[in-house]
Design a protein around this ligand. Structure first.
Ligand code: GNR
Ligand code: NI
Length: 147
């Protein structure tokens, strides 16, 4: 991303709206079929701590922690995933201004989950092939009964 114009600002606003409506605590542009390095996250209960991160780069550190994860792109599947407890984040905001902060806990997990989407990775990719195959089957069966 190198053009920080009103179109980008509008897209980021739309992503936040989509995330809150889902409802979810994060969303990557990849998930709405836009292949740009844009993620939004808000892990607060009050929907008042939104981060819009453009071109995010992560340096995870610290202990590994396991948390139950779900994904809007893998509906209604929840499995434990191991992530780093903390992550140094450098990114740009919608105006192209540099951002740098350290996240921990749920925010750190969510940012790692969203950045994975930008690389085409899903949380199910961290599971055993046995679990992944079961999930694929479940999603396949589900889509059959839906149509
Ligand atoms: O809403 C979401 N919840 C969630 C819970 C644990 C770990 C990661 C997430 S992100 C997810 C929304 C989503 O799919 N973002 O890509
Ligand atoms: Ni996701």
């Amino acid at each position: 991303m190198d053009t920080f114009d009103s179109q980008l600002a509008e897209f980021a606003e739309n992503m936040l709206e989509t995330m809150y409506a889902a409802p979810g605590i994060g969303l990557a542009a990849t998930q709405v079929n836009v292949h740009k390095r844009v993620i939004v996250v808000d892990v607060s209960d009050t929907k008042s701590e939104a981060y819009t991160l453009i071109n995010p780069v992560l340096e995870p550190f610290g202990a590994k922690i396991q948390g139950e994860e779900g994904c809007l792109s893998v509906p209604e599947i929840y499995e434990p995933v191991e992530r780093f407890e903390q992550v140094n984040v450098t990114a740009q905001d919608v105006n192209g201004e540099p951002i740098e902060f350290t996240a921990s806990g749920m925010l750190a997990i969510c940012i790692q989950h969203e950045c994975d989407h930008l690389e085409g990775r899903l949380f199910v990719d961290y599971l055993s092939s046995l679990k992944r195959n079961r999930i694929s089957k479940k999603l396949r069966e589900r889509s059959k009964t839906l149509v």
